[in-house]
Design a protein around this ligand. Structure first.
Ligand code: PMV
Length: 323
């Protein structure tokens, strides 16, 4: 029986969240917190999952019942990924999947997309099905949409391609950016907000004032496009300035919070070039771009008001075979 271990990185949104759900671009970087997944063939036609980080032990189901019944959240993405793969490329064997992650699902670094990409890439390799990156993207994105109902797919692209990407909704554009380092600081608010719920709330508000939201998303698009240029020139002052502008627009659509705004302001006051929330908002993380000599002051200021500093490296490799 064959066996493979695959890993994929988490992600951090740098620019363009929310607007990217509506056919606009964003910039995302892959971070060095990885999901590891071992997939083993099993003679009996069952799907088994062990994911001790999320307290799932010996979850088991016949392959023919994949995706049926109430799926516990912690198993849903992997089970749906196996189902989608099996429907398209029927497997003769069952599979035993074991996951182990570097990161806490709480930080919002994208454990669902990383595990989905690991499952599709791992099953393709294990079954010797030759899939292009775009085919893996499409099958993984389909999996995410089946479970979550919404989402741009930016997190799937980061897990798959790695690096830092200019990305447009649904993978219409996935453009790797050649940058080596990003002088950024990440702070965690202490709580995880539910992304699909926030996306839905934004959609409800937008339906009451579509013209305003269209204008805001258009402005965010311009900011993302300017930041692409600034990143490539390593003009960090400009990147920071654009982050502050992006943050103001995110506040207008109601996805910041008192804690996020306080942490962002603390970073700005302590010498960051700019700061904004990262991801869906309400909770999760803020990011700042700052000259390295200011990091200590920013760390002190953000910690003082209850933020948690997270040390992550950006721009890391996408999905890969480990063993
Ligand atoms: O909460 P996160 O880090 O998964 O980011 C969500 C970003 C959104 O633009 C709000 C949603 C999406 O799928 O692009």
């Amino acid at each position: 029986m064959k066996k493979i271990t695959i890993s994929a990185p988490g992600k951090l949104m740098l620019f363009g969240e929310h607007a990217v759900v509506y056919n606009r671009p964003c910039i995302v970087t892959a971070v060095d917190q990885r999901m590891f997944m071992t997939i083993e063939q099993m003679p009996q036609k069952t799907f088994r999952l062990d994911a001790e980080d999320v307290f799932v032990m010996t979850y088991e189901k016949p392959m023919r019942l994949l995706g049926t019944g109430d799926l516990p959240k912690a198993v849903s993405f992997v089970e749906q990924a196996v189902k989608n793969f099996h429907e398209k490329y029927p497997m003769k064997f069952g599979v035993k999947v074991t996951t182990k992650s570097d990161f806490s699902a709480g930080f919002g670094f994208g454990s669902s997309s990383a595990s989905t990409v690991c499952a599709i890439e791992g099953l393709a390799r294990l079954n010797e099905v030759n899939l292009s990156k775009k085919e893996i993207f499409d099958l993984s994105y389909k999996t995410i949409l089946a479970i979550q109902g919404s989402g741009s797919g930016f997190d799937v692209a980061a897990a798959l391609y790695g690096g830092t990407l200019y990305f447009v909704t649904g993978g219409k554009v996935i453009q790797p950016m050649t940058i080596d380092d990003i002088p950024f600081f990440v702070g965690y608010t202490g709580f995880k907000a539910d992304t699909p719920t926030i996306v839905k709330e934004v959609a409800e508000r937008a339906s009451k004032d579509p013209d305003l939201y269209k204008k805001i998303y258009d402005e965010i698009e311009q900011i993302v496009n300017s930041s692409l240029e600034a990143f490539l020139k390593r003009d960090w002052k400009k990147v920071g300035f654009l982050m502050n502008m992006n943050q103001k627009l995110l506040e207008k659509i109601g996805v910041s919070s008192a804690k996020l705004s306080a942490m962002i302001q603390a970073a700005q006051n302590a010498g960051a070039y700019g700061a904004k929330l990262s991801g869906a908002g309400v909770g999760d993380c803020m990011i700042a771009i700052a000259p390295p000599e200011k990091y200590q002051a920013i760390e002190t200021a953000v910690t003082k008001i209850g933020g948690q500093v997270i040390h992550v490296q950006p721009n890391v490799a996408g999905v890969r075979k480990e063993i």
